[in-house]
Write a protein that binds this ligand. Structure first.
Ligand SMILES: Nc1ncnc2c1ncn2[C@@H]1O[C@H](COP(=O)(O)OP(=O)(O)OP(=O)(O)O)[C@@H](O)[C@H]1O
Length: 229
């Protein structure tokens, strides 16, 4: 579902590669944590999968897309096939919860009847049925992140990328978000989550890919955050 082959990324401003000959294969339906210290290359890895950045060398495949060969015209198709959520939620501040989710469907040309049926379903999934008409600033951080996840999931993507989705949340709220991501994963969606959160990684015991200075230093099924600590 995700295949990263011999990928290196050099940013112009930097003397060392942000990613250095990275190889990672992720199958359909896997749940994978991407960990590593600040600056190890996690965000760069995520950005390459969405073609927000291009690799200096190597090949990247996501779902049916050969990402590094993808023409600019087809990039929107890739980003519609992959859901993504970020630490800072990135909701549209002047749209309600429902409108934020509906917007994701409008931009890909879904009909009004499909939108009217789908938005309540996904709000139910994330437990926000009662808050459909609120604006983002009338929600807690955890609720805003649930809206962001609903928006990312509303197209039923094959892959969901989450870059520190619990980074701004307290432990209990983070645990709720993880339950939601697990539920989405159980529907068959492949989930790749970059995180610094030891507790989450240690409690979930899923596959762990660890980066350090742009290299994969560990790739372990049912791993913990820090070996030997
Ligand atoms: N746009 C850029 N231009 C130049 N260098 C960059 C750019 N983006 C990232 N880098 C460098 O690439 C390396 C990897 O950065 P990246 O943001 O991928 O790490 P990260 O693991 O996501 O870090 P964090 O956990 O702090 O978010 C770092 O050395 C960083 O300084």
């Amino acid at each position: 579902m995700i295949s990263v082959k011999d990928v290196s990324k050099f940013y112009k401003a930097s003397t060392r590669p942000a990613l250095d000959k990275v190889n990672v294969e992720i199958d359909k339906g896997e749940f994978v944590f991407l960990i590593g210290p600040s600056g190890s290359g996690k965000s760069t890895f995520m950005q390459l999968l969405l073609k927000e950045e291009t690799p200096t060398s190597g090949d990247i495949y996501v779902a049916d897309f050969h990402v590094n060969k993808l023409s600019g015209r087809r990039v929107p198709k890739l980003r519609q096939s992959v859901g993504y959520v970020f630490q800072d939620f990135r909701l549209l501040p002047n749209k309600t919860v429902s409108q934020n989710i509906a917007f994701a469907l409008e931009v890909i040309g879904k009909s009004r009847s499909v939108i009217e049926r789908t938005v309540p379903e996904v709000l139910e999934l994330v437990g926000l049925s009662g808050k459909a008409d609120r604006l983002p600033n009338e929600l807690s951080g955890g609720e805003q992140q649930r809206v962001a996840i609903a928006r990312a999931f509303v197209n039923r993507p094959l892959v969901l990328l989450a870059d520190e989705p619990t980074g701004n949340l307290d432990p209990d709220t983070s645990a709720d978000i993880m339950l939601l991501l697990e539920r989405i994963n159980r529907t068959g969606t492949t989930v790749l989550m970059a995180t610094h959160d030891h507790h989450i990684v240690d409690s979930m015991r899923r596959r762990v890919v660890e980066l350090d200075l742009g290299r994969v230093v560990r790739d372990e099924a049912r791993g913990v955050y820090a070996v030997g600590r």
